[in-house]
Design a protein around this ligand. Structure first.
Ligand code: ZN
Length: 481
């Protein structure tokens, strides 16, 4: 297996990936809080992690992917109260909306999408264990995590507790032992959903769910944890504190990967486009492939600037790639010919591009560089097609099949132009076409058998007028367009 390097936020350097269990990858990605339709900032991590997952599977790993829905949250409760509906009406609506747009973006589904509301037992067990072990304390009906008790607090974000307190806006709550202590459990307030617990009715704090659910589905130590870089602190820092204190094992996660922000050309967007920034609205203007390709057009850790120009550029780029795919398929449909220096050269460049693509992806999933290799291949396919059409270079179909394999591997890993390869519509209609033509040939054969030659010839002439030639041979009639 190729050596894969990933940038680990925890160690702040690129490291060689070594899975906890050989051949397997366990990954947890922080999911959405479903209180509104997914916005572009939501889409970036999910497309990023979908490509990472596809690539890990391409390398031969068996991947387990868990992604939560934070379906108990202030924002959901506020939205529910605003509309006069129950909290789960809101969360179910926007979870459905999430799947609708993410499916359009060809994001393969996770193995499981655990919800907070369905994991209260695990959460309460974890909170109680943290209290029992001395990492958490109860005040009234609330439970807080005591950050001073966890020696490594700050290791992920690279800050000491003193730095954090100096830099942070901290809510004033005299009851807490340390201002940085965070809630594991919040006592119920009127008008809020609540669950029974040893500390009275209430609901979990935000961070505990990801610790409880990742532990349940992936174990004490797993390979990857992902999310936007805005989650490093406090969310992921707190997850480590909770999980490692709970299990007594280190590390909770071997490799922490975080994607960069999406910035927008704000002047341009602000005119009308607060809504436009929702994924579903962007998809009214651009194809899912264009949006997906845009989201992986930069390295995942780099910022990404959204603009109409970029999306239009992506649309044009995809069309160039699509044309090259069409050319591969057309060449393969032509009669097979002998080897040629031109075909040999195409094959060699395809293998060089494949090497470049793999090297880029193995270097912390550098999709931008990998795409460059794909464009190089597309360019060379088009050059070869011209040589076939204009100079009569024969189609070496063995070489072309190999070029197709390489090209399709690229687009499959990036998750773009899937329909172009299957040519679904064309395939379906050409199958129908074949069946229809066979039926006509059968009728014509029947005419001939019954000595109705005039009618058989009329069928042939009508087809000829449509550009379809019939050739009679001892094996029966054949047609070609
Ligand atoms: Zn999380």
């Amino acid at each position: 297996m190729r050596e894969l390097k990933v940038y680990n936020t925890l160690t702040r350097k690129k490291e060689t990936f070594v899975p906890v269990t050989p051949g397997q990858v366990k990954m947890y990605v922080c999911g959405i809080t479903p209180y509104n339709h997914s916005h572009m900032g939501n889409a970036r991590p999910f497309v990023t992690w979908d490509v990472i997952k596809r690539y890990l599977e391409h390398l031969g790993y068996e991947v387990t992917h868990i992604q939560n829905f934070t379906d108990v949250d202030d924002k959901i409760i506020n939205a529910a109260n605003g509309e006069g509906v129950t909290w789960d009406t809101i969360s179910n609506r926007y979870i459905a909306s999430y799947f609708e747009v993410m499916d359009k973006l060809h994001i393969r589904r996770a193995d499981k999408y655990p919800r907070v509301s369905e994991h209260m037992d695990e959460i309460i067990h974890m909170v109680q264990t943290l209290i029992d072990k001395g990492y958490a304390y109860v005040i009234d009906h609330d439970v807080y995590y005591s950050v001073e008790k966890f020696n490594d607090y700050g290791e992920l974000s690279g800050r000491s507790l003193d730095d954090m307190m100096a830099g942070a806006r901290i809510e004033v709550d005299d009851r807490k032992h340390n201002p940085m202590d965070f809630a594991l459990w919040k006592g119920a307030k009127p008008g809020e959903p609540s669950w029974d617990s040893p500390w009275g009715k209430g609901r979990p704090g935000w961070h505990i769910e990801c610790s409880a659910m990742s532990n349940k589905y992936l174990g004490d130590t797993f390979d990857f944890h992902g999310g936007g870089s805005d989650l490093i602190f406090p969310h992921h820092e707190n997850e480590i504190a909770q999980s490692e204190a709970f299990t007594g094992k280190k590390p909770m996660v071997k490799y922490w990967l975080h994607n960069g922000f999406i910035t927008i050309n704000s002047e341009k967007m602000s005119k009308s486009l607060n809504n436009f920034f929702l994924v579903k609205d962007v998809l009214e203007h651009y194809s899912p492939d264009a949006l997906r390709f845009f989201l992986i057009s930069n390295h995942y850790r780099s910022p990404l600037d959204f603009s109409d120009e970029r999306l239009e550029e992506m649309t044009r780029s995809l069309e160039r790639l699509g044309t090259a795919i069409d050319n591969v398929l057309e060449l393969l449909a032509m009669p097979a010919g002998a080897k040629s220096p031109e075909a040999q050269q195409l094959l060699e460049t395809a293998h060089k591009d494949e090497e470049a693509f793999e090297n880029a992806m193995c270097d912390d999933f550098n999709t931008a560089l990998a795409s460059a290799a794909m464009f190089d291949l597309a360019k060379n396919v088009n050059i070869f097609k011209n040589a076939v059409v204009n100079n009569g270079v024969p189609v070496d179909s063995a070489a072309l099949s190999e070029v197709k394999r390489v090209f399709k591997t690229f687009t499959d890993i990036l998750g773009i132009l899937e329909d172009r390869w299957t040519g679904k519509k064309e395939d379906a209609s050409s199958k129908d076409y074949d069946d229809l033509m066979q039926a006509i040939l059968d009728i014509r054969q029947e005419c001939r058998a019954q000595k109705q030659y005039a009618l058989a010839d009329a069928i042939r002439d009508k087809l000829a007028a449509l550009g379809i030639t019939i050739e009679d041979s001892p094996q029966g009639a054949r047609w070609k367009k």
